[in-house]
Design a protein around this ligand. Structure first.
Ligand code: TTP
Ligand code: MG
Length: 398
């Protein structure tokens, strides 16, 4: 266990006992150079971001190694199924996450399509995160296949990063990419920039220089709509966005969001690594193959989803006070309703009547694409499960 350069197991700075052995400084099997061109010692913080490479596909390839090197796509079967993961070989054909499965079949007819097995991915994700926790004390899990690590105080953060990367692969047999930087944003962008099997450490200045001509869409938090709005105003690079005065950005995007976009483009980010990420709500949702119309059709689905949700809550001993439903109509408008009950619960006999009542009150008159149910305001309990969705997507928060 590494923490601030000091090994928890042996307590000695500059040595560590990861992977079952300890080695004196200099004997590490991993490179021990300091961050190239970066005085990491001058950083107030040092963070790493780890992201597994083509996660679901890589997991599937371990079960079907004969498919290695070929286009493989993990996607559901329904008419509205989308690709969750495409192997890098399939990406060459223009198939990516969120590509409709039907389009993926046209683009790459030779690809092998594998149905998602989320329980298995969750198990494998736990393995990855356990490997990280063995290495670093402060880990923030942000998804099934990604996590931030706090390397602040590590004498040689880059060496530690390489060691962590090797440990994850040694334990799971899966490849990952790691980015290192003085803040989470730099680390995240760096982990993505060198994929697959990436390893990239950048200072904020280096990140600014390296990505100056890229579209602001490169940044997490700047989506296609914002990119479009920026482009319409002549701001089509990170450098241009970073140099746009706050007042102008505030005029375009509002006082809060505008200047925030400028800060992102300058790679300014002060978010800490939050180790105890508590999932405050748990949800289940499903997208229908064909839209459903009317309460008689929707209620049995609501019952099924709620039963699954409550079973999960009870298994994990969790309960919450706020019960909510979500529907998305055929025009893509999304509607939510929620109600709090006097005492925290995860019990089906309490949650279902409330959810049913909320649905009846909402009584959608248009065809419904998606239906979801959630329990929020959950009592403190460690995170570690992504909300499950039946249609092959990581469920979005309701
Ligand atoms: P990503 O890390 O975005 O993608 P990836 O791991 O497949 O590929 P890479 O990181 O090498 O670019 O997402 C991680 C997993 O999350 C991915 O394997 C499948 C799942 N996922 C979805 O289910 N739906 C989505 O829309 C996305 C983007 C990912
Ligand atoms: Mg990934």
């Amino acid at each position: 266990m590494l923490t601030g350069g000091r090994c928890h197991a042996c307590g000695i700075v500059g040595r560590c006992k990861v992977q079952g052995g300890s080695w004196p400084r200099g004997d590490s099997p991993y490179p021990t150079r300091t961050l190239r061109g970066v005085s990491a010692a001058g950083w107030v913080h040092c963070y790493a971001h780890l992201d597994m490479d083509a996660f679901y596909v890589s997991v599937e390839l371990q079960r079907r190694p004969e498919l290695r090197g070929t286009p493989v796509v993990v996607a559901g079967n329904g008419p509205r199924a989308v690709v969750t993961t495409a192997s890098y070989e399939a990406r060459e054909f223009g198939v990516f996450s969120a590509t409709p499965a039907s389009r993926a079949r046209r683009l790459c007819p030779d690809a092998v399509f594998v149905a998602p097995d989320f329980d298995h991915y969750r198990d494998r994700s736990r393995e990855v995160m356990a490997a990280l926790r063995e290495q670093v004390e402060r880990v923030e899990i942000v998804g099934l296949d990604e996590a931030y690590l706090d390397l602040t105080g590590f004498e040689r953060p880059k060496a530690a990063g390489r060691q962590i990367k090797a440990a994850v692969t040694a334990r799971t047999g899966l490849a990952c990419s790691i980015g290192i930087g003085p803040n989470k944003l730099v680390a995240k962008v760096a982990s993505d920039a060198d994929k697959p099997d990436g390893f990239l450490a950048l200072s904020a200045g280096e990140a600014r220089a390296r990505f100056s001509r890229h579209s602001p869409g490169l940044l997490p938090g700047i989506g296609p709509k914002s990119v479009e709005r920026l482009e319409a105003r002549g701001v089509d690079t990170m450098a241009a966005l970073g140099a746009t005065p706050d007042e102008r950005l505030a005029g375009w995007f509002g006082a809060r969001v505008g200047p925030h976009l400028g800060r992102l483009a300058r790679f300014e980010d002060e978010r800490p690594v939050e180790t105890e990420r508590v999932r405050k709500s748990e949800s289940r949702e499903t997208t229908f193959d064909t839209d459903l119309r009317g309460l008689a059709a929707l209620e049995p689905v609501l019952e099924r989803l709620t039963a699954q949700l409550c079973e999960d809550l009870e298994r994990h001993g969790r309960s919450g006070r706020t019960i909510g439903i979500k529907i998305r109509l055929d025009d893509f408008s999304t509607h939510t309703r929620a109600r709090s009950v006097p005492a925290a619960t995860g019990a089906l006999e309490v949650v279902l009547p409330v959810a049913r009542d909320l649905l009846r009150t909402l009584d959608p008159k248009r065809p419904v694409r998606l239906l979801g149910v959630r329990v929020a305001g959950l009592d403190a309990h460690r995170a570690g499960r992504a909300a499950r969705s039946e249609d092959g997507q990581l469920a979005l928060a309701l």
